[in-house]
Design a binder for this molecule. Sequence first.
Ligand SMILES: [Fe+2]
Length: 446
Amino acid sequence: MATRLSYLAGFGNEFQSEALPGALPVGQNNPQVCPYNLYAEQLSGTSFTMPRRQNMRSWLYRIQPSVTSSPFRPSGRIDPDRFGTQFGKDEVECNQLRWRPMPFPKERTDFVSGLQTICGAGSPERKEGYAIHMYSANASMENTCFSSGDGDMLIVPEHGALTLTTEFGIMEVPPGEVCVVQCGIRFSVALPGGCARGYVLEVFGSHFILPDLGPVGANGLAAARDFQTPVAWYEDREVEFLVMHKLGGHVFESVQPFSPFNVVAWHGNYAPYKYDLAKFCPVNTVSFDHADPSIFTVLTCPSPWPGGVTADFVVFPPRWTVAEHSFRPPYFHRNVMSEFMGLIRGKYEAKKDGFLPGGASLHVCMSPHGPDTDTFESGTTKDSHKPERLPADSLAFMFEVNYIPKVKKSALMSECLDKAYQECWAGLQSHFNLSERPASNGKVSD
Ligand SMILES: [Fe+2]
């Protein structure tokens, strides 16, 4: 294991990295014999004929090729009702949902066995849609790796750092940072802190990109230079290694007689990365009203139609709120997009109570929601001419998704489901008063 981790800076670059000098072939991808007698293996992330701007692939130079393994068979270790991305047997849930944080397991549970699918939509076979998972684990994966053949996995730790050993190198991802491991890339998760909990957004058939900035200009939000991709790292170890692979929503497994983390060098633009959310540079109103949450988009998965998305990853970072004569908390709304929210730390501005770090909420397409009763009352009475700093220890996020999610039965049956969630709006009273007619600043004419 490397003692000090190194990273390559940038987003979507043509990277190259070698753990031994000269391990990368010069001038070609697959010479007759590779340096150090390594095997050349291409990993493609898009179809070969995609336009160059979107084309993604990497070349891996490894001690033994991935093909050397026992036949894959359905894994009996994973309960598909708990972790799986087939949603045919699940139902759409119209009501607002909220979950308390998952408890840490009492029995030995690693990252993969600690995954619970909450909801999702679409079809991994057709390469469209997404799944949202949460995890709670207390053990490192040992001589075991996982990959999703269905899509890219965006991992958002809430409790406990993750050390991801991937075919491309090693990443340390503490809470406050996120990482993406793309479709097909094998990785293993160690828990240096003993326990870990967090969230995963898996997108089928497309990849995360940085959002366009439009009138914001060339700078702001997440900067490409702040994304970090691990450098090549390998181990040459003969061991019975369990390879778990999800495909078509189901988990399969096989055994290899060596570690899959045997890539001595690689080059390409299809490689895992991580990002520190503290580096996100938010933009917002400096005059009045409350901007839409799209201003906080860190990463987006575009859909085939212009301007649409399969999924957005949106963060609500610490910041100043300065809007004058405005209701500053998030407004009441019904959105065409469905919203899954999580809390990494602190308190979320629209829900001071009940929405806890490690918990989650789901507001599906056109489901009405907004600030709870206490937040509404304080938002309409407090002095809105003073700048206010949203607490530095607060960090919430949202997976905003297009397709209407189906909620896993196991998530609806979970003991963490907050059956009293809707009561947070029960105290909202009518304040309608005919005598409160707008004064001269009102927009309504006689
Ligand atoms: Fe919302």
